[in-house]
Design a protein around this ligand. Structure first.
Ligand code: GLY
Length: 379
């Protein structure tokens, strides 16, 4: 599929893959015992002391992908080490949140699928059960955070990011033959389609629900510019998340939603030469970007293209290549001395602007592995 486009770009794809492997085969040794979140003065920090940080699974996940792409043992060892470091989180289960999908599905979930390791299967099942238990039956949504996370009561909050956590539920359903998991995932995806995705394909980050009925009480700004704007990473979570819900369920409505969000994302990103802004409705000044949104969206666009096939899919894989090429040219650091690769990530409109994040590197690697033709889907 997409042979012409991929062969036109094959030199670039191969060159980027070689650079990824050259750099990461050094970094994987340096950061083997860490759970990185960002890097400070070029060096990965270490989130081991905050076992519940939502980003703690990306370093292990990235190493699994490099192992899949190269077969090199050094990546497998780091991935396994990383998974074990996450075990500390099992001692504070009352504080778990909805990001258990990001944390375990990319580490334990992938380990189990590659090696049939039973401890990894159990870790992933516990994570799936925990996520399922966050479903609010009256309000019909999966609760994201716990009270106090933002200094307030958040029992009624759902967030767009959760679309990337629910694939662990589809996996658990299949794995143990229990449809409750996927039914709850689909209830949440249907709510997200209805309450988070707007008519033009932009998205709300936070929706506040009545905890006792299916009534929506309002929306909140979250990590974007304002409550009516569109946080680009939120849009990328929705884009990729709906493609994944379609892949796991084959429900046309999820594919239609993924296309709607993808078209909006592409239209907005084209305006800034394929480099995604932090928020698509932020003021022109200051011009904040977010590379992580570009990396996540690229993965979603490539999977969307594959689902749609040769003709209808062309535009989506071409857009992914445009984003990745623009980001590689402008925002990647290939120096061995720097632990992070993709720079210019942004946490939110009000803090941590233009810094590298481990999830940026994770999704960059996932996108390049896909462009190299590898069919492994970690989600
Ligand atoms: N899931 C949190 C974030 O995207 O920043």
């Amino acid at each position: 599929m997409f042979e012409k486009l991929l062969s036109e770009n094959s030199k670039w794809i191969d060159a980027v893959w070689v650079k990824l492997d050259e750099k990461l085969s050094l970094v994987t040794l340096r950061s083997r015992d860490k759970l990185p979140y960002t890097s400070v003065d070029g060096v990965h920090d270490d989130g081991k002391e905050s076992p519940l940080n939502w980003t703690n699974g990306f370093w292990g996940g990235l190493n699994w992908l490099m192992y899949i792409g190269t077969g090199k043992e050094c990546y497998k060892i780091t991935a396994e080490t990383s998974e074990k470091l996450l075990d500390k989180a099992f001692f504070s289960m009352q504080d778990w949140h909805h990001d258990v999908g990001f944390m375990w599905h990319l580490t334990s979930g992938v380990n189990y699928r590659l090696t049939e390791n039973l401890s990894s299967k159990n870790r992933n099942l516990i994570a799936a059960m925990s996520l399922m238990s966050r479903y609010n039956v009256s309000g019909d949504y999966i609760r994201c955070w716990n009270d106090g996370t933002w200094g307030e009561k958040v029992a009624g909050w759902s967030i767009i990011d959760c679309m990337m956590n629910i694939p662990i539920l589809y996996w658990a359903s299949k794995e143990i033959g229990d449809s409750r998991f996927s039914k709850i995932a689909m209830r949440h995806a249907d709510m997200t389609m209805r309450d988070h995705v707007r008519e033009d394909g932009s998205v709300n980050h936070i929706v506040v629900h009545d905890t006792e009925s299916p009534r929506v009480l309002g929306v909140r700004k979250g990590q974007g510019y304002s409550e009516n704007s569109c946080w680009s990473r939120g849009a990328s979570w929705a884009l990729y998340g709906f493609v994944l819900s379609y892949i796991h369920t084959k429900e046309q409505r999820y594919l239609d939603t993924a296309i709607k969000v993808a078209d909006y994302f592409i239209k907005e990103t084209q305006k800034t030469n394929w480099l995604p802004r932090l928020d698509f409705r932020q003021p022109d000044n200051p011009l904040y970007y977010d590379s992580t949104a570009g990396a996540i969206a690229s993965c979603g666009l490539i999977e969307l293209a594959k689902v749609l096939g040769e003709c209808a899919g062309e535009k989506y894989i071409e857009s992914a290549i445009n984003i990745l090429r623009a980001m590689e040219e402008n925002w990647c650091s290939w120096e061995d001395s720097q632990d992070s690769i993709l720079q210019m990530g942004s946490l939110m409109y009000t803090s941590q602007i233009h810094v590298p994040f481990i999830y940026g590197d994770y999704f960059l690697v996932e996108a390049m592995l896909k462009l190299k033709g590898n069919e492994f889907l970690p989600w």
